[in-house]
Write a protein that binds this ligand. Structure first.
Ligand SMILES: *[C@@H]1O[C@H](CO)[C@@H](O)[C@H](O)[C@H]1NC(C)=O
Length: 204
């Protein structure tokens, strides 16, 4: 069974995110300027010191006003998996420039497999010292096709991937019993449990 949904990026769990999942079904594909920006990083911007109305579903920079094109869905095959590209900029994914600036990593550069920075990896801005310490990311789903109807009460986490964000191409498992979405699709949101360096205040 295929379960269509729309993807919107939610970074509610972190304050200084600099990575987000990209997919052609996402809100704000090509940015929020109104013209196509293949170097869009509008969904990546940190959500910090904002009111809930501002940070919820990235409203402060109008991400919900830029829905995916008609018919673009992220397919959620029940019992199987789906794949997104976690990146710091759309230009570093397969969605822009034929993928020529994409690498195995989220920022188009190359790093050792055992990449480790005892303070914190800041290039890319992963908020972890190494892969083992990466705290994980999650996708949640709301069974509505109307982004205005998505609330903390009807948005439910359905899959997590430990030790991410790490590499660009990242897959998440879909539960076998995943119910089908309405014909207009569901709304999906992504969140990141950021590991907090000891130097940052506890609310970040
Ligand atoms: C990952 O970072 C933690 C914290 O600095 C460290 O204790 C651990 O040894 C590191 N692991 C690897 C595989 O580098």
């Amino acid at each position: 069974m295929l379960t269509p949904l729309l993807t919107v990026v939610l970074s509610a769990t972190l304050a200084r995110a600099h990575l987000a999942p990209f997919h052609k079904s996402m809100y704000a594909l090509n940015g929020v300027s109104g013209t196509v920006n293949l170097n869009n990083d509008d969904v990546v911007h940190p959500l910090y010191q904002l009111t809930k109305d501002q940070w919820w579903l990235h409203a402060y920079n109008n991400v919900p006003d830029f829905p995916p094109a008609d018919g673009e869905f992220l397919e959620l095959p029940a019992g199987e998996s789906f794949t997104v590209e976690i990146a710091s900029n759309q230009g570093e994914t397969s969605l822009s420039f034929g993928g020529q600036f994409a690498s195995d990593w989220p920022d188009g550069h190359t790093y050792p497999e055992d990449y480790n920075v005892p303070t914190c990896i800041t290039s890319p801005n992963m908020h972890t010292q190494n892969e083992t310490r990466a705290a994980g990311t999650a996708f949640a789903i709301a069974y509505t096709s109307d982004i205005k109807q998505v609330t903390p009460d009807n948005l439910a986490v359905f899959t997590v991937r430990y030790h991410t964000p790490w590499k660009r191409v990242t897959s998440y498992d879909v539960p076998a019993g995943m119910p089908a979405c309405p014909s207009g699709g569901c709304i999906c949101a992504w969140g990141w449990v950021r590991r907090r360096p000891s130097s940052t205040p506890p609310n970040l």
